[in-house]
Design a protein around this ligand. Structure first.
Ligand SMILES: C[S@@+](CC[C@H](N)C(=O)[O-])C[C@H]1O[C@@H](n2cnc3c(N)ncnc32)[C@H](O)[C@@H]1O
Length: 244
């Protein structure tokens, strides 16, 4: 684990993070006319939600140049994963991260690979077979409001290039927090909207401030933002050890 382990001490002593969740907006969502063609016209806390990436684009997730372009090796090394952990790969897509995480959690651990597209889960199943990790990766068909995780059963919920697609980000995040063990990690990896040089459509990027604003309304503590990747930032949050 990277420095996130050391920071947990600050969290338990209350020196870091938010002590209480902010109130969610009321109404939660807004439908606006000035929609971007890449968006669904629905806004959450000032951000327009993007369309979901369809299963026909799954090969883009598996492109050979991805590791070098996005330094997915560095990303994996930054994650708070230990042998034996239960990791929820939310919006797992083709399983690019699922099998790599399965190798890290080992035979005593588990990867819950959640997606809302049955076709994506079928692609994932085949890829897990090829990689020899079918026993460690459990595909879960989630709904747009619920990833269907076991209550307080997950050490880490990971979302790589996913959260900005949630049609119901508030409901999804509430359920993700329910699924985390006390002290469990929630990690979002989003393309940096602050950087126009990142070659990704605007609605598929998020600023650090926007991510923090959207997490602030949940029972989560902000831990840190890791800025080592070429295109994305890694935002690390934690469910408090103690009841809120
Ligand atoms: C751009 S892909 C990223 C896939 C994978 N995380 C990766 O980086 O290779 C986004 C995925 O999130 C899924 N998704 C969108 N909304 C979701 C939701 N509410 N729950 C679970 N998955 C969702 C989509 O179906 C799609 O497979």
């Amino acid at each position: 684990m990277r420095k996130v382990g050391a920071i947990s001490l600050l969290l338990t002593t209350g020196l870091w993070g938010w002590s209480q969740a902010a109130a969610p907006p009321n109404p939660l969502y807004e439908q606006r006319q000035e929609a971007n063609p890449d968006g669904i016209g629905k806004f959450y806390l000032g951000r327009e939600i993007s369309h979901v990436m369809g299963h026909r684009a799954a090969s883009w997730l598996e492109r050979p140049e991805r590791e070098l372009e996005e330094r997915t090796d560095l990303l994996l090394n930054s994650l708070p994963i230990s042998e034996g952990d239960v990791v929820a790969d939310i919006g797992a897509g083709s399983g690019y991260f699922a099998w790599r995480i399965a190798q890290r959690v080992g035979r005593k651990g588990k990867v819950l690979a959640v997606d809302i597209q049955p076709e994506m889960l079928e692609i994932l199943r085949k890829n897990m077979e090829t990689q020899g990790v079918v026993h460690q990766v459990e595909p879960i068909l989630g709904s747009i409001t619920d990833p269907r995780l076991p209550p307080s059963g997950v050490d880490l919920a990971l979302m790589v290039d996913v959260y900005h697609e949630f049609s119901h980000p508030y409901e999804m995040t509430e359920k993700l927090v329910e699924g985390l063990k006390p002290g469990g990690w929630l990690v979002l990896v989003e393309y940096r909207a602050e950087d126009p040089a990142v070659p990704i459509k605007r609605l598929h990027k998020m600023t650090e401030n926007q991510v923090k604003k959207e997490m602030e309304v949940h029972n989560l503590e902000y831990v840190e933002t890791i800025g080592i990747l070429p295109w994305q930032h890694i935002l690390v949050f934690r469910k408090p050890d103690h009841p809120s």
